[in-house]
Design a protein around this ligand. Structure first.
Ligand SMILES: [Zn+2]
Length: 456
C-alpha cells in the first residue's frame, strides 16, 4: 500500500468524515427527543377505527369468524399497492401462508410495508422480516384472540400508541355518538354536496333528507336545504362534533367554482338524468362554498383531503381561491397534499391565519417525504400550524402510523438541533405542539374529553 493512502486511511479513522459518523437515529440527541415524544399523550386528528362490532376484516377461518393476519394486511395501505394472496372462505391459516409468505418480497423498502412492522414487533414480539411458519401461525392465533374483545382496541390505542384522544371519521353516516370514550367525532360532509335529489343519498344514515324529515324541516327548495344544513351544523357542534371532513377528491376535482344561487336552485330537486355534468358540478361547487361559510359560522374547522388517492384534480393549489375568499374558515389540508408537500407549505404560509397542515398518513406513504415535509414546513410556518393523524382501519395500523410519526418527527427535530438550527428545548416544545397541543388549540372542544390526567 503506498504511503499516502495509508496516511489517508489513518486520518479517516481518527477524523471520520460526516458520512461515516452516526446516523441520526443512533445519536443521543435523537434518543433524548424520541424518549420525550414517546411520553406525550398524543391527539390523533384522523382515524377510521369503527365501533367494535363493525371492525373490518372479520373473515371465516378455521377458528370461526374473526380478524387474522390476512385481515391485518388486507385492511392496511399495503394491500392497495402490493400483492396479497386472497383469503379463501374457511381455509386454514397454513394453506394461506404457504401461498402468501412470498408476497412481501418486492415491498421490503416501501413505507406501506414497513410501517406495520413495528406493530408486529412491539405488540406481538415478532420480527416480520425473518418470520418462520411457526411464528406466523402463532401471530395469526394471537391476532384472532385479541380481536375477540373491544379491550384490545382501547389497549393498543391509548396505552401502546399513547393516543389520548382520536378524531373519528365515521365515513358512512351523520353520527352524533362516538364509538369509544377516547374518540371525538368529525362530521363527514361528502354526501351534502350531492343532495340535489333524494336519490343521490340513498343511505338513510347520511341523507340530509332523512335528517330533515326527522326534525320536521322542509326540503322543497334550495333555501330549505340551506336551512337544513345550518340546523345540521348547529346540532353537530352542540353534540360535541369538532370539525368537518371532506374527502371528495377521491372522486372529483378540488377546483370549486363560485356559483350563484340561481344556478344551484335550478338544479335542486331534479334527478341526475335530467342534468348535465356541468350542472351537477355547479351544484356541488355551490354547496362546498356554502359549507365553508357554515364552517366559519359554527366555528368548525374544515378538514379537506388533498393529494394521493385520485391524483387528477387533487393538488391543494386548486383550493387557493376558495381559501382566500373565506378567511374566517379554518382549512386543514390533509396528508400535507402529498406529493405536493412543498406547495402545501406555500399555501399555508400565504394564508397563515386560516390554513393548517395535517401530516396525517404522510410518513406512512413515504417516510422520507414525511421527513422532508416536516423539515420544510417547520422552516416556513409557525410551529402551531402542523398536526398529525394515523388514518387506520385496524389498531395495528394505527400503532404503526403513530410510531412512524414519532420516529419521523424525532429525526427531523434531532437533525435541526444537531445542525445548530434549533435549540433542544425548543425542539421538545415543537414536538409536543405537533403531537398534541396544536390539535387541542384548533379543536378546543376536545379538551373536555381529556382523561390522562397526570400529563394534562
Ligand atoms: Zn381517512
Amino acid at each position: 500500500m503506498p504511503r499516502l493512502t495509508l496516511f489517508a486511511l489513518l486520518f479517516l479513522i481518527v477524523f471520520p468524515s460526516p458520512a461515516q459518523t452516526l446516523a441520526t437515529r443512533d445519536r443521543p440527541t435523537y434518543s433524548r427527543i424520541k424518549a420525550h415524544l414517546d411520553r406525550i399523550p398524543s391527539i390523533d386528528t384522523h382515524e377510521h377505527i369503527q365501533p367494535f362490532s363493525e371492525i373490518p376484516g372479520r373473515i371465516r377461518t378455521e377458528r370461526g369468524i374473526g380478524v387474522n393476519l390476512f385481515s391485518v394486511w388486507k385492511n392496511s395501505y399495503y394491500a392497495g399497492v402490493h400483492k396479497l394472496t386472497p383469503w379463501i372462505d374457511g381455509q386454514t391459516f397454513d394453506s394461506w401462508w404457504n401461498a402468501a409468505q412470498g408476497d412481501f418480497e418486492n415491498a421490503k423498502a416501501t413505507s406501506f410495508y414497513r410501517y406495520q412492522l413495528s406493530a408486529f414487533r412491539d405488540l406481538y414480539g415478532v420480527d416480520f422480516e425473518t418470520i418462520t411458519a411457526a411464528q406466523a401461525r402463532e401471530l395469526d392465533r394471537r391476532i384472532f384472540e385479541n380481536y375477540k374483545s373491544a379491550a384490545w382496541i382501547r389497549h393498543v390505542v391509548t396505552e401502546k400508541a399513547n393516543v389520548e384522544l382520536m378524531l373519528f371519521d365515521p365515513r358512512i353516516r351523520f353520527d352524533f355518538e362516538p364509538p369509544y370514550d377516547f374518540a371525538v367525532l368529525a362530521l363527514r360532509v361528502n354526501p351534502l354536496l350531492l343532495a340535489f335529489h333524494p336519490d343521490e343519498t340513498p343511505d338513510p344514515l347520511h341523507s340530509p333528507y332523512v335528517f330533515a324529515r326527522s326534525r320536521g324541516l322542509r326540503m322543497g327548495s334550495l333555501d330549505d336545504y340551506l336551512a337544513v344544513l345550518d340546523r345540521l351544523f348547529q346540532e353537530a357542534s352542540r353534540t360535541g362534533i369538532v370539525c368537518l371532513k371532506y374527502s371528495g377528491a377521491y372522486r372529483r376535482t378540488l377546483h370549486f367554482d363560485r356559483v350563484g344561487s340561481a344556478e344551484a336552485a335550478a338544479v335542486f330537486g331534479r334527478p341526475r338524468q335530467e342534468l348535465s355534468a356541468h350542472q351537477i358540478k355547479a351544484f356541488e361547487d355551490f354547496v362546498f362554498w356554502k359549507l365553508c361559510e357554515l364552517a366559519a359560522k359554527h366555528d368548525l374547522p374544515f378538514q379537506v383531503h388533498t393529494g394521493h388517492g385520485r391524483l387528477q384534480g387533487s393538488n391543494p393549489m386548486l383550493l387557493l381561491d376558495v381559501i382566500e375568499a373565506n378567511p374566517k374558515t379554518k382549512f386543514v389540508l390533509f396528508h400535507g397534499g402529498f406529493p405536493w408537500v412543498g406547495e402545501t407549505g406555500a399555501i399555508a404560509m400565504r394564508n397563515i391565519r386560516n390554513v393548517w397542515i395535517d401530516s396525517v398518513w404522510l410518513p406512512t406513504i413515504s417516510y422520507t417525504m414525511g421527513k422532508r415535509a416536516l423539515h420544510e414546513w417547520l422552516e416556513l410556518l409557525p410551529s402551531d400550524k402542523i398536526l398529525w393523524g394515523g388514518d387506520a382501519a385496524l389498531v395495528e395500523g394505527l400503532y404503526g402510523a403513530a410510531i412512524y410519526m414519532r420516529e419521523c418527527l424525532a429525526e427531523v427535530l434531532a437533525e435541526k438541533v444537531e445542525d445548530g438550527q434549533l435549540r433542544e428545548q425548543d425542539a421538545l416544545r415543537i414536538g409536543r405542539q405537533i403531537l398534541r397541543e396544536n390539535a387541542l388549540s384548533l379543536f378546543p372542544g376536545m379538551r373536555k374529553k381529556l382523561w390522562k390526567s397526570a400529563t394534562r
